[in-house]
Structures are given as structure tokens and as C-alpha cells.
Design a protein around this ligand. Structure first.
Ligand code: HEC
Length: 137
């Protein structure tokens, strides 16, 4: 009897932890969920004006026309692209936190809501956040 009870408790525990793991996998956030802060976007705005604005206008990356091309892709991929290729004349010259701030600024330009936590400045954490519209121009 004792053996059987122990066995079934273990089975239950195992099933519960397996369910939990599945849940975590499907529980991705999107950029609609308040994934950056207003202060972070303000820092990004300054960097954008000083550095990126030399070659880009802000609204180049606003709206479905641009953001739609990233639909359902994790923010990690956008972060990766920008950190590796931009600014075109000096790639990788910003700190990771500065790249994250610039992305926060682009999210704010797209009318996405700010929240309590900063957009992470790390590829792994950004894998958890998907790019999804709608966008407000
Ligand atoms: C010296 C010029 C220059 C600077 C400075 C620059 N870029 Fe670019 N950027 C380009 C060029 C050229 C392209 C490719 C053509 C295009 O998409 O506009 C590009 C493309 C991009 C793209 C589109 C990539 C894609 O394939 O979707 C993004 C996003 C971007 N830049 C972000 C930035 C950010 C953020 C900064 C500031 C940290 C920055 N750029 C600074 C020249 C520049």
C-alpha cells in the first residue's frame, strides 16, 4: 500500500511539473504586453537622434509596412540584426542596453504600450517576446 501511494504521488508530481513546462513554453509575451518603460524609450530617443538619425528617419520603422515584416518573430532577432549590423558605419558600437533602449523607442513610435519592466538587453530574454501588431501610427 505504502509503495503504491508513494508511486501515485510521484506520478502526480511528475505530471504536474510536465504540465508546468508545457505552460511555460506556450506562455510567450508579445510587444503588446508593456515590455519596455517610458524612461527607456526616452533614452532610446536621444540615441536615435544622435546616432541612427544620421541615416534613418524615425517613421521608417513605424507601422505595418515595416513591423509586419517581423510578424511573430521574437524581438531577439531584431536585436540581433541591429546589434550586428547597425550603425552601418560602426556596427556593434553601442552597449547592449543602448540597443535595447533604441528598440524600446521604436516600440513607442509604433504606439505600443510601455510597462513596469525595461525591455531586456539580452538575446535569450528577448526570445520570450514576440513581435505582433496592431500598430498605431
Ligand atoms: C551610416 C548610416 C546608418 C546609420 C548611422 C544607421 N543605419 Fe540602420 N541602416 C542603414 C542602411 C544603409 C540600411 C539598409 C537599408 C535600409 O533598410 O534603410 C539600414 C537598415 C536598418 C534597419 C532595417 C534592417 C532590416 O533589414 O529590417 C534597421 C532596423 C536599422 N537600420 C536600425 C538602425 C539603428 C537602430 C541605428 C542606430 C543604432 C542605425 N540603423 C544606424 C544605415 C545606417
Amino acid at each position: 500500500m505504502t509503495f503504491l501511494r508513494t508511486f501515485s504521488i510521484l506520478t502526480l508530481l511528475f505530471a504536474a511539473s510536465a504540465l508546468h513546462a508545457v505552460n511555460q513554453d506556450t506562455e510567450s509575451k508579445t510587444i503588446q504586453d508593456g515590455v519596455y518603460t517610458q524612461a527607456q524609450a526616452a533614452r532610446g530617443s536621444k540615441l536615435w537622434q544622435n546616432i541612427c538619425g544620421e541615416c534613418h528617419v524615425g517613421d521608417e520603422f513605424v507601422g505595418e509596412a515595416y513591423m509586419g515584416s517581423w510578424s511573430n518573430v521574437p524581438v531577439a532577432e531584431l536585436f540581433d540584426l541591429i546589434t550586428v549590423t547597425m550603425p552601418e558605419d560602426n556596427p556593434g558600437s553601442l552597449l547592449d542596453a543602448e540597443y535595447a533602449a533604441v528598440i524600446a523607442y521604436v516600440l513607442s513610435l509604433n504606439g505600443l504600450p510601455p510597462g513596469e519592466d525595461e525591455l531586456p538587453a539580452a538575446y535569450e530574454a528577448l526570445q520570450e517576446i514576440l513581435i505582433q501588431g496592431p500598430y498605431v501610427q
